[in-house]
Design a protein around this ligand. Structure first.
Ligand code: GLU
Length: 362
């Protein structure tokens, strides 16, 4: 059996499922929630849930719905106005969901998360517990970024990352990212599966930006890769196509499937590598790259340069000179101190710039 068939078959027994739908799937061009479309999607989610699945639903569309409700035709430039739109739109969306899920005899709960919240170890565990508790009580969590208080600018595409993090957080069996194309395309052809999101794959996508979304396929693939690297298979599919979820979980060849990676990253290392935001980059030489691959810590002698302004404990990406990402880890020194240490044999008392226990090889 081919790998694709094997992984498609496995989706039939996926129980815990995260479904993410983007703004363009959920709202009309004006931003108004598209009730017909939402109805189709809710029916499908309800069906998955009622046949024994455990579904968590990550829904975008708050900003779009808010723009419409406030009569704004263009996406505002100021962050505070976007946050206002999100606050208004979130309720519009939820009131539509409340009606639709009630009709389908499903209970729902709203969970608004922030990326920063998931980074804090205790809140991270708290979020996990809340989500698992909702799910085990057969309540569907409807999740969005808490845009109104988020300190990061609201970037469309963020919900793709959020969905991947939620999938890891609750140990989902599968993640479905619904957008307005049926997955990745190579010219006119749909790409049925992707083993690894590499340069060749990224070359196939060109990102687009408009009023409601700038997420684009590149951001979807990168987010999907986070989940896949943590063992969660991901399908990117067309959310406007009737019956799409049912077909995916019947094992049919729908959308683009990203294969899950085998192998076990510890929960702590997952948290380090994927729930923190990358704040800088260290470029290392070949010797260091090889040493990291063998499980060693990063010493200053192998660092060629440091980019970004970060403090002790920040997450940084480790790259080779030709831009290949090889690892990610928490630094023992600030960027200022690293500048001074570059090229030295060891770094002060702790010796290393990133300890191997705080590093994940990608
Ligand atoms: N959280 C934003 C919203 O609900 C969307 C972010 C995204 O589309 O990725 O409008």
């Amino acid at each position: 059996m081919t790998q694709n068939l094997k992984h498609r078959e496995a989706l039939k027994s996926a129980k815990r499922i995260v479904v993410k739908a983007g703004s363009k799937v959920l709202v009309e061009n004006s931003g108004r929630p598209d009730e017909k479309q939402l109805n189709l999607l809710v029916e499908e989610i309800a069906q998955l849930q009622n046949s024994g699945g455990e579904v968590a639903f990550v829904s975008s569309g708050a900003v779009g719905a808010g723009l419409e409700a406030l009569g704004m035709d263009a996406r505002p430039k100021e962050v505070q106005d976007l946050q206002m739109a999100a606050a208004v739109g979130q309720i519009c969306l939820m009131s539509v969901y409340a009606d639709l899920f009630r009709k389908n005899e499903c209970r729902i709960g709203q969970v608004l998360l922030t990326h920063d919240g998931l980074k804090d170890r205790e809140r991270h565990l708290r979020a996990r517990n809340t989500l698992l508790n909702l799910i085990s009580n057969r309540i569907i969590p409807i999740i969005n970024e808490n845009d109104a208080v988020s300190t990061e600018e609201i970037k469309f595409g963020d919900n793709d990352v959020l969905a991947a993090l939620v999938a890891i957080l609750i140990d989902a069996d599968a993640l479905v990212i619904l957008s307005t194309t049926d997955g990745l395309r190579d010219g006119d052809e749909r790409v049925s599966f992707v083993e690894e999101v590499d340069e060749g794959v990224l070359e196939l996508v060109s990102d687009t930006t408009d009023k409601l979304s700038t997420g684009g396929m590149a951001s979807k693939l990168e987010s999907a890769q986070i989940a896949a690297h943590n063992g969660v298979p991901v399908v990117i599919a067309d959310g406007r196509k009737a019956g799409v979820l049912t077909r995916i979980f019947d094992g049919e060849d729908e959308g683009t499937l990203l294969f899950p990676k085998e192998g076990n990253i510890s929960k702590r290392k997952r948290w380090i590598a994927f729930f923190n935001r990358v704040e800088g980059h260290l470029i290392v030489d070949e010797g260091a790259a090889n040493a990291l691959g063998k499980g060693n810590s990063l010493l200053p002698v192998g660092i060629k340069s440091s980019k970004g302004d970060f403090k002790i404990g920040a997450l940084v990406d480790i790259q080779t000179a030709d831009g290949e990402h090889i690892a990610r880890g928490l630094v023992e020194y600030s960027s200022d101190d690293i500048q001074k240490l570059i090229g030295q044999k060891t770094a002060g008392k702790s010796g290393e710039v990133i300890h191997r226990d705080n590093m994940v090889i990608l």
